[in-house]
Design a protein around this ligand. Structure first.
Ligand code: SF4
Ligand code: SF4
Length: 299
């Protein structure tokens, strides 16, 4: 797999360095750096299209803000890439309208905008699936009876935060790991924005935190804090149109944190729930509560 990287700023360099250090150096056929000082609105994008564009399978564009992202369709065309990953780490980075414009200009390739990069999962696309064998939504294997003895990273965030979390939760009690995973992500530090993204109703840094905690919860087989919907109280969409589902930031970002059963009642996946409490305020029937106790996860 040949990868061409477009990068800008600290976020871009950190990911380039981590991807290269973890075995993808031989796959990187080129890196094009873009200044962070470029104007948000660009009249003539042709001026910014690099002269040397290598043939590649996958383009990863990291950290470019505003109109400069319009170089992506032309680069995809010239490189012959069949897949493009454009991670979003800041709500101002590529507004929804610009994303649609880029999508409409990319004629022959699959393009995805994971928000954030550590939410990327296999999608049935040859190159995304190869990339996510190593990088994307974190997955861990954890051993230990009462304390964490060993943590193996099965899939790590492209920025390297999962490896940092894995190294730094060894030795702590299992019951503290879920919360410590969130703290360690902040310490790393996660470079995703702390501004609320209007498209999801939460910050992208929080979304990254939910993914880090989900990896720990899934590996341990239990969650210690989650929204829970009372099946007796939930009206199953009658006079509420499943407002909880529409409000959940994880659902808006493409996950199944809240899902609807055949009987139309809503349920929460405690592994994925970030306990942000947004759905609690939306349910007109008060059917949702935050549980702070050990919730076993279904296999
Ligand atoms: S939890 Fe509340 S908002 Fe969600 S489907 Fe049930 S009643 Fe409607
Ligand atoms: S508390 Fe509700 S809105 Fe927030 S992540 Fe959990 S299910 Fe989604």
């Amino acid at each position: 797999m040949k990868i061409f990287i477009l990068s800008s700023g600290e976020y871009g360099s950190r990911i380039v360095n981590n991807i290269a250090a973890q075995g993808f150096a031989k796959n990187i056929v080129g890196i094009e750096e873009f200044s962070e000082e470029l104007p948000e609105f660009i009249d003539d994008i042709e001026e910014y299209i690099p002269s040397n564009i290598p043939e590649c399978d996958l383009i990863i564009s990291i950290g470019l803000f505003g109109d400069i992202n319009l170089v992506i369709p032309a680069i995809a065309e010239k490189s012959g890439a069949s897949t493009i990953i454009v991670p979003i780490h800041n709500p101002q980075q590529i507004p929804a309208g610009l994303q649609s414009e880029i999508k409409s200009l990319v004629k022959k390739a699959t393009i995805v905008f994971p928000k954030p990069f550590c939410s990327l999962k296999p999608l049935g696309d040859e190159y995304i699936d190869k990339f996510t064998e190593v990088f994307g939504k974190p997955e861990l294997e954890i051993s230990g009876e009462t304390q964490i003895k060993e943590v193996k990273v099965l899939r790590g965030a492209p920025c390297g935060s999962t490896d940092y979390i894995a190294q730094n939760i060894v030795g702590i009690p299992l019951e503290e790991a879920e919360f410590e995973a969130g703290n360690k992500l902040h310490n790393y530090p996660c470079l995703a924005s702390m501004n609320v993204d209007p498209m999801v109703g939460d910050t992208i840094m929080h979304l990254a935190g939910y993914k880090a905690k989900e990896a720990v919860k899934t590996a341990l087989g239990f969650a210690l804090k989650s929204a829970v919907i009372d099946d007796e109280v939930c009206q199953g969409g009658i006079d509420c149109d499943h407002l909880c589902l529409d409000a959940c930031p994880n659902v808006k970002a493409g996950d199944r944190t809240i899902y609807i059963h055949d009987n139309q009642k809503a349920h929460v996946d405690p592994a994925a729930c970030g306990a942000c409490e947004i759905c609690l305020k939306e349910c007109p029937y008060g059917a949702i509560e935050i549980f702070e106790e050990k919730i076993p996860l279904k296999k």
